[in-house]
Design a protein around this ligand. Sequence first.
Ligand code: NI
Ligand code: MN
Length: 227
Amino acid sequence: MKITYHGHACFTVEDANHAIIIDPFLSGNPGADLTPDKVKVDAILLSHGHGDHVGDTEAIAKANDATIVAPFELAMHFAHKGFKAHPMHLGGSHVFEFGKVKLTLAFHGSGIEAGDHMEYAGNPCGFLITMGQKTFYHAGDTGLFGDMKIIGEYNEIDAAALPIGDNFTMGPEDALLAAQWVHAKATIPMHYNTFDLIKQDASKFAADLEGKGLHAVVLSVGQSYEV
Ligand code: NI
Ligand code: MN
């Protein structure tokens, strides 16, 4: 499984036969390495409805005839607009052609900007994605919560992406606890440095992880990690 970071909370996950993208916030992110027209994927996974996660979903879905996998309310928003969508919900898993997806809890909000108001988009989520024999945990936007211990206890996680930006999600201190609970073979920080408000020192976070005996993988934008 090859995991590539495209900035903020966006990752592509690939094996020899399939590719998916998570939270494709590309054209709105000056720090992204990729433009939506370069994305070749089977599916788009969305953790919640906020603009810095939905991003270029529509353009990518259209160009690739890709399925949008998301919590029910968010998936239906796209289904009503004519997109191929696969609704799921918290705690549910499904085996797709590309692999297995399980929706995990995430403590955050979810809504879609619609002119002068927010459209309801259900609960936010994280993802446990298994392709081949490897599992990637993408926590989504979330604060720290105790059930991360359960996620870590009952899953063999090869790599975990955890938000460290603070303000909207966990900051580095809580993410350090989360990483210990999730107990992945590699911990990748995300959702930081995109805006001034979420500026963090990823190398300090990495050093703190290593201090706890965990393997830190700080990916620069465009960089991949193979598990
Ligand atoms: Ni958000
Ligand atoms: Mn966000």
